[in-house]
Design a protein around this ligand. Structure first.
Ligand SMILES: [Zn+2]
Length: 151
């Protein structure tokens, strides 16, 4: 059995090419969100890092979004109980920086942690999704809005 079998949940993949990348990662037996592996599998550039987090864009943004950032804990942790004081402080700094550089006049964020069969996460490694919808985009359905599985 691969040692990362319980870290990845293919049932929560939203796109076929996402599932294909996940199958490769499963075969490699690694965690794609750990800092030492992130650039091997993640196709988007790293925007910046703090002491505890990596800030990048989601490679598979939700439909109808203008911006979809992915903020990943640098080290392999699976639950928010493992985020230390510096980790929580860094989140505030990340939001302040993104506000200054990109503008966060509105948005939604959610943090995925714990059992992926109950969170909709593809990777069992603490990460944040920060999303701004784009109501003018062709992929935005006003009947549905921006949706994602959260459980
Ligand atoms: Zn990891």
């Amino acid at each position: 059995m691969k040692k990362n079998k319980n870290i990845l949940n293919l049932n929560n993949a939203r796109k076929k090419n996402q599932a294909d990348v996940m199958k490769k990662i499963l075969n490699d037996g690694t965690c794609p969100f750990c800092e030492k592996n992130i650039e091997k599998y993640h196709s988007k550039p790293i925007l910046f890092k703090t002491e505890r987090w990596i800030v990048t864009e989601n490679a598979w943004p939700y439909n109808g979004t203008k911006k979809h950032w992915l903020i990943i804990y640098k080290f392999h942790i699976e639950n928010i109980k493992e985020i230390d004081e510096k980790g929580w402080k860094d989140i505030g700094e990340i939001f302040n920086r993104l506000d200054k550089e990109e503008g966060l006049d509105y948005g939604v964020f959610l943090m995925r942690f714990g059992d992926t069969t109950k969170t909709g996460a593809t990777v069992l490694h603490v990460h944040l999704q920060l999303v701004q919808s784009d109501t003018d985009s062709a992929s935005y359905d006003p009947e549905v809005g921006v949706t994602t599985r959260i459980g």
